[in-house]
Design a protein around this ligand. Structure first.
Ligand code: G4P
Length: 530
C-alpha cells in the first residue's frame, strides 16, 4: 500500500501554464492533450467551452464574456506518467483563483509569444512563482511567425525576471522560418513537417549534422554559431537551480504547428519534480505515504443552480484517496463524506474512484469547506497545511444593496462570497455590513460578485468607486495613528486582518517616510505590473 502510494506519486507531474492572454496557453493545452492521446484532433478544449449551451446563469456570464471563469484540472497519461495540468483562468483580467491554482502546482510553464517576450501578466504571474520558489519552464511560442531576435528574448528574461534562461532546445531557422530544433543536451537535430492546422502530431525526423548542414544551409550555420556562443557563456541546463526557481530551462516551438511540443512535454516528465512531502502548518512535513490528506485550493459554487452545488477542488498531498471514504475536515473537526468526488476533463465531470499525491479531485456538496482547509483520513494523524496567501488587492469598490428590504440577503451573500474568496470583503468599523468595500486582484471578480449577489442571493447590488489604489497590511497599534491621517482608511477583513488603504502609491510612500514606526507591510505579488 505504502509502496503503491510512493510509486504512484513518483509518476505524477502537476503543473499549470501561465501566460499573458493570447500567448498560446489554450493552444498549447490542446496540443498537450493531443500528444497525451486524450484528444483525437486538436481544437476540442475551445469548442467544448465555447459551444456549450448555457446550463446556468453562472455559465451565461462565462459565455457572455467569452471566457472560462472556472478552473479545471485535466489529467492525461504521457509516457509512464500521469500528468495533471491545472488550468489557470485564461482571461485578460486577473483573479485570486490564478494564484490559488498555482499553490496546488509543483511547477509552471511560462508561455511567451516570441514576438512579444515578457508581457505584464507574465511578469505578475512570475512573481507568484518566485514567491513560492516554484520551478518554471519557459516556452517561446509562435516561432513559426516573424518574431524578435532570439538572444534579445533570452536577455529580456534575465533582465526582467532576474534569473537566467537556459535553452534546452534551440531553433534552426529564425522566427518565421522555423525548421526544427537542436536538443542541446545531446546535439540531436529534430526536423518537423507541418500538417494542416496542426490537427495531428507533427511528423518529425532526426537529421544527421552533415545532412542538416547541406539541407538547411545558412539557417544551420547560424544555429551552430549561436550554439557555440551559448556553450561559451555556459547557459546550460541546471536541474538543481531550475528546481529552486533560480534558472528557467527554455524551449522553442510553435503550439499551432506542434513544433517542439513533444520536447516540452518530455521536459515536464523529465524535469518537473514529482510531489514530495508537504510542509504542514505546524512547521513539520506530511510524508507522501502518510494516510490520505489534501488541501482545498478552490471552491466553486453553483455551477448548476438547480442543484445549488458547491465543488471544492482539493489537491491530494499524501496517501491514497478512495471515493466514499469518510475524511475529517481540519477546521471543524467534522467528518466529511466523499461519495461525490469528481475529476474534471474540460467542463465534463466524471467520477473519480481513487487519487494519489499530486492529483486534483473535485468534492461536490462541500458545504462548509473553504479555501485552505485540509481534509484527512482520520485513521492517521491530523494535519493542517499553511494558509494559501491571499494577495494584495488592487481594486476597491463599495457595495450597497439596491433595495434595503433585501439587506439580509445581501449580508448573507457578501459573507458567502467572502468565505469562498470570490472577493475580499473589508469593513469599516463604522459602516460595517451596510457598505462593505469589496477588494479584488482583478476587476472581473466584481462582476462575478454582483452577478451572484443578484441571481443567487436575490440581492441586487450597486458598486461605487472608491479613491483607494493600494493596500498595506497593518495592525491595531498603527491603526489609531493611520485613522487620523487624510487619504488613508483602515478596514478590517473577517479574519481580523487590518488593511490600510491609500489613495496613491505616492501618498503611501510619503506616509512610510514620515512615519517609519507604522506597520505597513507589503503583500505578496503586488503591483509588479499593470
Ligand atoms: P491564450 O489561451 O494564451 O489566450 O492563447 P490562444 O491559445 O487562444 O492563442 C491565441 C492566438 O494565437 C490564437 O489565434 C492562436 O491560434 C494563436 N497561436 C497560438 N499558438 C500559436 C503558434 O504557435 N503560432 C501562431 N502563428 N499562432 C499561434 P486566434 O486567431 O486568436 O484564434 P484562432 O482563431 O486561431 O483560434
Amino acid at each position: 500500500m505504502t509502496h503503491d502510494v510512493i510509486a504512484e506519486a513518483a509518476r505524477r507531474r502537476t503543473f499549470a501554464i501561465i501566460s499573458h492572454p493570447d500567448a498560446g496557453k489554450t493552444t498549447l493545452t490542446e496540443k498537450f492533450l493531443l500528444y497525451g492521446g486524450a484528444l483525437t484532433g486538436a481544437g476540442s478544449v475551445k469548442a467544448r467551452s465555447g459551444g456549450r449551451a448555457a446550463a446556468s446563469d453562472w455559465m451565461e456570464l462565462e459565455q457572455k464574456r467569452g471566457i472560462s471563469i472556472s478552473s479545471t484540472a485535466l489529467q492525461f497519461p504521457y509516457r509512464d506518467a500521469a500528468v495533471n495540468l491545472l488550468d489557470t483562468p485564461g482571461h485578460r483580467d486577473f483573479s485570486e483563483d490564478t494564484y490559488r491554482v498555482l499553490a496546488a502546482c509543483d511547477a509552471a510553464i511560462m508561455v511567451l509569444d516570441a514576438a512579444k517576450g515578457i508581457e505584464p501578466q507574465t511578469l505578475k504571474l512570475f512573481e507568484v512563482c518566485r514567491e513560492r520558489r516554484m520551478p518554471l519552464l519557459t516556452f517561446f511560442n509562435k516561432w513559426d511567425r516573424p518574431g524578435r531576435e532570439i538572444l534579445e528574448l533570452l536577455d529580456e528574461i534575465e533582465q526582467l525576471l532576474g534569473i537566467p534562461a537556459t535553452p534546452v532546445t534551440w531553433p534552426v531557422g529564425i522566427a518565421g522560418d522555423f525548421r526544427g530544433v537542436v536538443d542541446r543536451r545531446d546535439g540531436t537535430y529534430t526536423r518537423y513537417t507541418r500538417v494542416a492546422r496542426g490537427a495531428q502530431i507533427a511528423p518529425e525526423e532526426e537529421v544527421e549534422p552533415a545532412r542538416a548542414a547541406a539541407e538547411e544551409g545558412d539557417a544551420w550555420t547560424t544555429a551552430q554559431e549561436e550554439l557555440e556562443l551559448l556553450h561559451e557563456i555556459g547557459a546550460d541546463l541546471d536541474v538543481a537551480s531550475f528546481r529552486r526557481n533560480e534558472s528557467t530551462p527554455a524551449f522553442f516551438g510553435s503550439a499551432l504547428t506542434n513544433f517542439g511540443v513533444a520536447k516540452l512535454l518530455d521536459a515536464v516528465i523529465d524535469l518537473v519534480p514529482p510531489p514530495t512531502d508537504r510542509p504542514t502548518a505546524d512547521g513539520g512535513t506530511r510524508p507522501i505515504d502518510a494516510p490520505f490528506s489534501g488541501f482545498v485550493f478552490k471552491v466553486q459554487a453553483n455551477m448548476d443552480p438547480a442543484h445549488r452545488d458547491r465543488i471544492a477542488f482539493l489537491r491530494v498531498c499524501s496517501g491514497r484517496f478512495e471515493r466514499g471514504m469518510v475524511v475529517t475536515h481540519d477546521r471543524t473537526g467534522k467528518p466529511f463524506a466523499t461519495k461525490y468526488a469528481a475529476t474534471l476533463f474540460g467542463q465534463d465531470r466524471s467520477t473519480v474512484e481513487e487519487a494519489y499525491p499530486g492529483d486534483v479531485i473535485g468534492l461536490v456538496n462541500a458545504t462548509d469547506v473553504r479555501v485552505g482547509d485540509a481534509l484527512y483520513d482520520p485513521t492517521g494523524p491530523p494535519v493542517s497545511f499553511p494558509p494559501i496567501p491571499s494577495f494584495a488587492p488592487e481594486h476597491f469598490m463599495t457595495a450597497r444593496v439596491r433595495d434595503t428590504g433585501r439587506f439580509k440577503q445581501f449580508r448573507r451573500g457578501v459573507a458567502q462570497l467572502d468565505e469562498e474568496g470570490v472577493v475580499q470583503v473589508l469593513r469599516d468599523r463604522d459602516l460595517g455590513d451596510q457598505a462593505p468595500v469589496l477588494a479584488a486582484v482583478g476587476r472581473l471578480q466584481f462582476e462575478v460578485a454582483v452577478h451572484r449577489l443578484e441571481h443567487e442571493f436575490g440581492a441586487p447590488t450597486e458598486l461605487s468607486a472608491t479613491s483607494y489604489r493600494v493596500a498595506r497590511r497593518t495592525d491595531e497599534t498603527s491603526e489609531t495613528e493611520l485613522r487620523r491621517m487624510r487619504g488613508v482608511a483602515v478596514l478590517q477583513r473577517a479574519d481580523g486582518t487590518r488593511f490600510a488603504l491609500f489613495e496613491s502609491p505616492y501618498w503611501l510612500e510619503r506616509v512610510e517616510q514620515d512615519h517609519p514606526d507604522l506597520l505597513l507591510e507589503r503583500l505578496v505579488a503586488e503591483g509588479t505590473a499593470g
